[in-house]
Design a binder for this molecule. Structure first.
Ligand SMILES: Nc1nc2c(ncn2[C@@H]2O[C@H](COP(=O)(O)OP(=O)(O)OP(=O)(O)O)[C@@H](O)[C@H]2O)c(=O)[nH]1
Length: 381
């Protein structure tokens, strides 16, 4: 999955988590308000009932008109409060209905007591009747108090149960979502760190001059696209480097060839092509230098000029290439049998020149001349 999508999903999950936390807090607040309303209402009813009890007691004691009207007022207040709808559950509604019933029972009792008072009966019967009414009133009020106690109990029990349910539900959802968000964030973080580490490794390898290794990615996200581009860039860089190397090799090879050709040209400019010994021009230069050197010291030198007799006959009789071979053999015999300080050159055609350096006197010339004549006259087979 793409990293941007992962981050978007993480942000969405976090928003959802925040929304659920907010919603839960509002829900808990509303429910607390409802409990507060119910308790408030119960207390109001309790006060009404207590007030009704006191008024009933007063009415029993004095049985006057003002007491009756106060009693009526208390009863009406209780009836009005009982009629208030505050979202009770069924069981609580039944208790309210009972209380209503008990309130109307009191009303009936008062009416009965009033009609009894209007009749003329003897004192002893009246006393018995009054005691009976008193007992009934107190029983009814007692019943009302018991109902109120049940209402309190039920309200507290229901509040505790609902609050517990709500807490469990909200807690479970929040915990689940928090675990999900945390796990998801960790997976994203690990993926991100892994991708960055691979990229860093690839860059370090490139910095160290490694143009062949590639960054391997299994996922398809922005980092793998980046790695892919990096790999392509590395490949092109490797190709460019190879071309550069090839170019360098080519330049080196061409330079080497040029140097060889230059050396060859210099050699050809100074040497005879057939025999490889100095040509006339180079030989003259060399002996100029040798003469100048010998003049500064006391060394003596000699220059011999060799011309082959009847060489033309060899060419004519055996062919030009055999003639060439003879010239080459003579040149080689001369070079190999003279001292390192002596020089041999080809003056032209069948003519050679020899520079004998550092000789002691004419005797050296004679002996060299003799030796050369002997070398040339040796067999050519
Ligand atoms: N095969 C061969 N022949 C050459 C070369 N250079 C010169 N010659 C031949 O050498 C011969 C030289 O002729 P000449 O100067 O008359 O010399 P020669 O025949 O030895 O005559 P003399 O010196 O008078 O005895 C000519 O026939 C040239 O063609 C060469 O490089 N190779």
């Amino acid at each position: 999955m793409m990293l941007s999508k992962r981050l978007k999903l993480t942000a969405t999950l976090c928003t959802l988590l925040t929304f659920i936390v907010g919603l839960s807090l509002i829900q808990i607040h509303n429910y607390q308000q409802q409990i507060y309303r119910q308790l408030n209402y119960s207390m109001k009813l309790q006060i009404n009932i207590d007030s009704l009890r006191s008024q009933l007691w007063l009415y029993q004691e004095y049985t006057d008109g003002q007491g009756l009207s106060e009693l009526n007022k208390r009863q009406t207040e209780l009836a009005q409060n009982l009629a208030e709808d505050i979202n009770w559950a069924i069981q609580q509604k039944l208790i309210i209905a009972n209380l209503n019933q008990l309130n109307s029972n009191i009303r009936k009792l008062i009416n009965t007591q009033n009609s009894y008072h209007s009749k003329q009966v003897d004192v002893s019967s009246t006393l018995i009747a009054e005691q009976l009414f008193k007992a009934k009133y107190s029983m009814t009020i007692e019943e009302m108090t018991e109902e109120m106690f049940r209402l309190h109990q039920l309200s507290i029990k229901q509040a505790s149960q609902t609050q517990q349910k709500l807490l469990y539900l909200v807690g479970a959802v929040l915990l689940l979502l928090a675990i999900l968000v945390t796990a998801w964030s960790f997976i994203t973080l690990i993926r991100f760190k892994k991708g960055l580490a691979s990229l860093k490794q690839g860059m370090n390898a490139l910095a160290a001059g490694d143009l062949t290794s590639q960054i391997n990615f299994t996922d398809t996200d922005e980092l793998s696209a980046l790695a892919d581009n990096f790999n392509k860039m590395k490949q092109s860089l490797a190709q460019i480097t190879i071309k550069k190397e090839e170019l360098k090799q080519e330049v080196d090879s061409q330079t080497h060839k040029l140097i060889e050709q230059q050396d060859r040209l210099i050699f050809l400019a100074e040497h005879d092509e057939l025999t490889g010994i100095y040509n006339r021009r180079a030989f003259i230069k060399k002996i100029d230098t040798a003469i100048a050197r010998d003049l500064r010291g006391e060394d003596q030198a000699a220059l011999l000029f060799l011309d082959l007799n009847k060489f033309k006959d060899i060419n004519d009789s055996l062919g030009h290439s055999i003639g060439d071979d003879v010239i080459m053999i003579i040149a080689s015999r001369l070079v190999n049998n003279l001292r390192a300080t002596d020089m041999v050159g080809r003056f032209g055609g069948d003519e050679f020149i020899v520079w004998l350096d550092m000789i002691t006197g004419p005797i050296d010339i004679y002996s060299s001349e003799f030796k050369l004549q002997f070398l040339i006259s040796e067999s050519y087979h």
